[in-house]
Structures are given as C-alpha cells and as structure tokens.
Write a protein that binds this ligand. Structure first.
Ligand code: NAD
Ligand code: LMR
Length: 364
C-alpha cells in the first residue's frame, strides 16, 4: 500500500473545484494506485457549503480518498502538502480582461506563497489557476524564498487543450492524433497558439489547414475562448478548467507521452530570448516529476512577433505588482539553470526535513 499524498486545494467550494475534487478522489490526478488526503481551503464565509461538498465526497466512498480536512486559512491548509492547487480567487465577468483582476487577486497569492514556503512539503508542486494565472504564479513564487521557482507553475493547459480540441473539430481528426501544439506566453488574449510544429496523424498540421484560416480566425478564437464561454454561460469555464488541471498535474507527475509535449506556464530561464524571471507558457516535456523546456524549435518572424507581444504584456503585469515581489527572490528567479527541475516527490510530511535537502542544484 502506498502512503497517501497531501493535496491542498484553495477555492474548494467554487465552480472549478466542484468538478475537480471528484476527479482527484478517483485517482485521475496523481494516479489510480495512489491514495490522497484532501486539504480543502476556503474563505471563512464559505465553510458551510464546503462542509456539504466534503459530505458528498465521503458519500462517494472513493477507495483512494484517505481523508479530508477543511480549513478557513491557508497556513493550516497547506501543512505538509505535496501538491497545492491555488484556485481560490475572483473570476472575471463579461467584458473584462483577466489582467483587470490583478488588483483584487494579487495580494491573495503573496500571502499564499508565504504560507506554502513556511508550511508545505519541501518538494511541493504548486499550480496557480486563479487569474491572471501567470502573474499570480510569479507573485506566489517570489514570496517563497526557500523553494525553487521551478516548483511553481501556472495553468495554460486549458489553452493547449482548446487548441487541440478546436483543431480536431476543424480537420475531423481525433484530438489524440494531434500532437506538438504550443501555447506561448500569457493566459490572456495575447497568448500565441502555435501550430507550426504540430502534427495530425504524424503529418504536419500546416499541410492540412489553410494559412488564412489559421492566422485570421484560429488564433483569435483560442485567445478569446474564455470570454466566449463567459458570454454564453454567464460564468467562466469550470469543467474544462478542472480537466486541464488534471491533465497538467498528471503529466507533471507521471510524464508526457512519447513524441509529444505540453504547454505549461513556468518561470522563464531565458529560453527563446524570453525575459528571465517572468512566468511564461513554454512547450515542456515531463518525466518522473520533472519538466524541461523543449529547445531548438525554429521560430518564424510571425511567431517571434506574437511571442514578443505576449512577453511584453507579462513584463508590464510584473511591473504593476512590483510592490508584491520581494527583492530577495529576484536573483533566484533570474538565474535558473536551463534545465528546469521540479524535484522528486517525497512521501513524507516534510515538516522536519534536514536543511541540507534544500541545497539541491535546482536553483543555480
Ligand atoms: P468561483 O467564484 O466559482 O470560486 C472561487 C472560490 O474561491 C469561491 O468559493 C471563493 O470563496 C474562494 N476564494 C476566494 N478567495 C479565496 C482565498 N483567498 N482563499 C481560499 N478561497 C478563496 O470561481 P471559479 O470559477 O472556481 O474560478 C476561480 C479562479 O480561476 C478565477 O480567478 C478564474 O478566473 C480562474 N480560472 C482560471 C483558468 C485558467 O485556465 N488559468 C480557467 C478557469 C478559471
Ligand atoms: C478561461 O480561460 O476560461 C479562464 O481563464 C476564465 C476566463 O476568465 O476566461
């Protein structure tokens, strides 16, 4: 029997979590032979609905669900956590850009970064979902001086999945036949869904779609998909976001398939000339709990322009939240080795780990 891992989820009574928690409890996130402890975090006023969700989880009698704890504060909620999903934040409404949420949501992530630094397992893997996800991930990571920036990621897998799903619909291919798509940059309307390296049933996607449709319709459709969903259903995506969270974490923990890669918002090490230290979505391959940026891809002039545009937006967002970024972590975020590592998983509560464990080569 494997020892259970601790998974902390904030915003646990919100819309995304309502789909996510049940998937985690069935083993879809960490593996179908891995027991889990759910540490659910909410605002004090949402503890009663959260208690109802916990009862429902219990009533499913999931074999892998070891136990559930409920917390109205982040400090207790992340104690010993191996995985932390930072979802709790305000969602945007119709007509808003995600960056407009920065003022309301940014302080949440500074506090949560500090709490994770103090209380989580030393090898914790963190996924930031609350918008604007990339810059919130930057804030959380910069407030966690004892952890590696590579332990923090932002969700752009939803955009990656949208790219595959919509392309599959256009071409008639099964989504699983679509490989090597990339979403570069910010989880915002400047993101760049790049099909130049993509294949459909092993053949270049560019031979199967027309360039005019790609440049004039497809890119914008992906960039604005989140708004289209808000306009149609009156609330932002929830079930598809939960699925993307599962995919992101499963691949990070268990590895990406052969001959494919995924898009993850991670701290930039300067690859492809992207400003070091911002959280930017890159194509990555994962293996045994680590990820590495796919190197050496050819970048066209068109792609370069799009990649720079979304990079600039992230630099601007970083400047806006400058007061939440402690100077002491600037160096560690700007000087990562090219080989980003996110460590191994310790099946230990990690509370009294020897200090030298922190002296790995993850931050050079
Ligand atoms: P929701 O309003 O349905 O739920 C949010 C929950 O978070 C609420 O229950 C609220 O009480 C809780 N919460 C707020 N602040 C908290 C805090 N400090 N600590 C703990 N809990 C807190 O929203 P939702 O639809 O679940 O979306 C949550 C966030 O995820 C939003 O910011 C949304 O924009 C974002 N989102 C991101 C992606 C992505 O791909 N990155 C996709 C979908 C949604
Ligand atoms: C999405 O992409 O669906 C989410 O980020 C929610 C939003 O605000 O668009």
């Amino acid at each position: 029997m494997r020892r259970p891992v601790r998974i902390a989820v904030t915003g646990a009574a919100g819309s995304i979590s309502h789909s996510l928690l049940f998937k985690i409890a069935t083993g879809e996130m960490v593996g179908h032979d891995q027991p889990v402890i759910l540490q659910l975090v909410e605002m004090p006023e949402a503890m009663e609905p959260l208690r109802g969700i916990a009862m429902e989880l219990e009533d499913c009698a999931f074999p892998l669900l070891h136990s559930i704890s409920l917390h109205d504060n982040i400090e207790e909620g992340v104690v010993g956590a191996h995985y932390v999903m930072l979802i709790g934040a305000k969602p945007r409404g119709p007509g808003m850009e995600r960056s407009e949420l920065l003022t309301a949501n940014a302080p949440i992530f500074a506090k949560q970064g500090k709490a994770i630094n103090e209380h989580a397992n030393r090898d914790v893997k963190v996924l930031v979902v609350g918008n604007p996800a990339n810059t919130n991930a930057l804030i959380a990571s910069r407030n966690a001086p004892d952890l590696s920036p590579a332990q923090f990621t932002a969700l752009t897998r939803l955009d990656h999945n949208r790219t595959r799903g919509i392309l599959a619909n256009r071409t008639g291919a099964n989504p699983k036949a679509i490989r090597q798509v990339i979403v570069w940059g910010n989880h915002s309307s400047t993101q760049f869904p790049d099909l130049r390296h993509a294949t459909i049933y092993g053949e270049p996607a560019f031979r199967q779609i027309d360039q005019k449709w790609y440049r004039e319709q497809f890119i914008e459709k992906i960039q604005k998909r989140g708004s289209a969903i808000i306009d149609a259903r009156g609330h932002s995506s929830a079930a598809s976001a939960a699925q993307a969270i599962i995919n992101h974490m499963y691949d990070w923990i268990n590895g990406t398939p052969e001959n494919d890669w995924v898009s993850m918002g991670i701290v930039s090490d300067g690859s492809y000339g992207i400003e070091k230290g911002i959280f930017y979505s890159f194509p990555v391959r994962c293996d045994y709990g680590r990820y590495q940026i796919v190197q050496g891809l050819e970048i066209s002039e068109f792609a370069q322009q799009k990649m720079t545009e979304t990079e600039q937006e992230l630099i601007d967002e970083m400047r806006t939240v400058g007061d939440l970024l402690p100077a002491e972590t600037e160096e560690s975020h700007r000087n990562l080795s090219v080989c980003l590592r996110s460590g191994i998983t310790l099946y230990d509560d990690g509370i009294s780990l020897p200090k030298q464990y922190l002296q790995t080569d993850r931050v050079r």
